[in-house]
Ligand binder design. Sequence first.
Ligand code: GAL
Length: 711
Amino acid sequence: MTVLDWQELGCGVWKTVVGEQQDFTPLSWMSREPLFEALEQMQETTLPFAMSDIHLEAAGSSRILRLPLQEDEKLYGLGLHFMKMNHRGRTRYLRVNSDPKQDTGETHAPVPFLVTDRGYGVLVNTSRIVTVHCGSTVKLNETALERVKDRNNDRKSWKATPLSDYIEIVLPQEGAELYLIGGPGLMDAVRRYNLLCGGGTLPPKWGLGFWHRVPTLYTDKEVQEEAMEFRNRDFPCDVIGLEPGWHSKSYPVTYEWAKERFPEPKKTIDALAEAGFRVNLWEHPYVSPESKLYEPLEPLSGSYSVWGGLAPDYSLPEAQRLYQEQHLQEHVSLGVSGYKQDECDGSELTGNSWMFPSHTQFPSGHDGEQMRQMYGLMFQKMTDDLFRTQNRRTYGLVRASNAGASSMPYVLYSDLYDHKQFIRALCNSSFSGLLWTPEVRRASSAEDWVRRMQAVCLSPLAMLNAWGDGTKPWSYPEVEPIIRHYIKLRMRLIPYLYTTFAQYRFQGIPPFRAMPLVMDMADGFTVNETGRAINTTDGAYGKKTEKLWDDQFMIGDCLLVAPMFAGETTREVLLPKGGWFGLETGERYEGGQIIQVEPGLEQMPIFVKEGAILPTIPAHAHAQLPGEKVQLHLVHFGNKPGQALFYDDDGETFDYEKGDRCWAQLEVHGTGNSVDQGNEAFEGKLSEGLEALFSYNQVKWTFGASRLPEE
Ligand code: GAL
């Protein structure tokens, strides 16, 4: 048993290397400087146990990292997961996989960063598969006899999962870089992790508008007609996504325009830009023999093909250069705004197996296991770098990721389609520096359509993916006004969303937050008015009474979203302490309890904190273009004075990194003691003048609101 030698990198982050230092890891690939300044601004911290309680053990050819575990400790993170939020009692095999239908740990974006409600986290920085036993193992010589139960006669206390006092992480044989990340709270540990990875991403403003992906074989004419239909029907839309049919060949792909469908791509992109649309291109990693890139990339590729195409070794600078140059010349310089990086995850579970195998040899010396774990990260970084050379921000979709991705302008998605799982995934992604979209494709009914569209409009990327179904937002005419309303609500909230992402970018605070991140679980949240325990468990194994609230989440500091699901007319909502208003109902609730709501179909429960100052704009057809200025409407809620930070920049470039940005302080003072007094009782202050703001030419205030005013 070895006690490790941890070096403090600074500010509550410690590092050690086990075995040989690896040069191909998520963090080395990303090569982002940690945001030390922001880390330093956080309070100093220690771990909740002595470092000497962490052990490294040899077990055959493996090395096991053991960390202590308390009986009621909950374990979060480990990437994007659909089935559970608390991993306690589970074994997680963290392999990248596109079909995570089972609760094994395999997923599109496994991240070997585990964070616990004891207020610390541990990261294994490796390109290999890691297995994490989340309190699911007990060594023979440590088995307490009183914990051995008789299932024949004592079905109640016998449990399938043993009571374990430790987390065990199976490290890659050659070794790995390990990081310990302090709290003291869960949110602090997540922030430190994001800051270690270089901070969060700040999307361009247009990325926060509405997205629509058209059917795969659409021609340029059909694309433009459909785009214009959004304008004619008064549905905002910022991004049109083209699916495989824009390539001259697909599966494998050429990255070259299909001349029969897009004879003049620049003209098409310009015409769309003229009407305020950006174009996003679908692609996957596998290069067709018909592509001009095939010949130069062939010697730089893996020893197995995928669908007959090359799987290039992008850890080689020359392969990167070829990819980036081609993408710059044929897409980015034409005005393409970004990519959807599909199928960089690869399937193997469902009998439908198409990925290169683990024993694939790549010219760099890496093998198929490493390349698969890293592929999603590689495309994110290569394209982000490419757009950086043009001083343009991108925002796109990716189907695989890993550690170190918080600064990447990419949102995860899946072919799975269970709505509840989609919302859980949104919550879970917030622990691991990931973003997720519960994209909408089709629906089983108009009700399902509304419920999915409402939720996606309050997510990191509001998108209808009609590649296979040909759906449009107006596909269910009977609910068309509801869908329009939610897309417009999204557009109105862009300044708030943007500020929330700026907190992610500079302070590492996730924009979308699972409830355990925002509630002080120990403080006042044990019992509701009917006496039912709401977040404590009967020990770590009291599964039946445990409710984790993985079906609601917060956006930023003051909005709480509780999606509805088809077939359900009522739901419980856990409101953290303080006063809350139904954002559009105006009803006031006292927090620190569970409430029951019964929204009609036209409503998804969204709550806003009393004292919040919500920055909003009018819902235009698309997000503001550079230089375009609109009226900023600051809406203050309730009877209490309030304070908030507000962020703005040009919305498109990286100039903000050089200081072209504005953080303003919003403040509302006043004497109001009744919501009805509204504007009379309060006065507001914006610390910076209008000239400091990039996107606004007027400021309007509403004070003491109980609901978001009509436009
Ligand atoms: C899938 C992807 C879909 C769509 C489709 C096109 O892999 O998840 O969103 O892009 O490919 O073939």
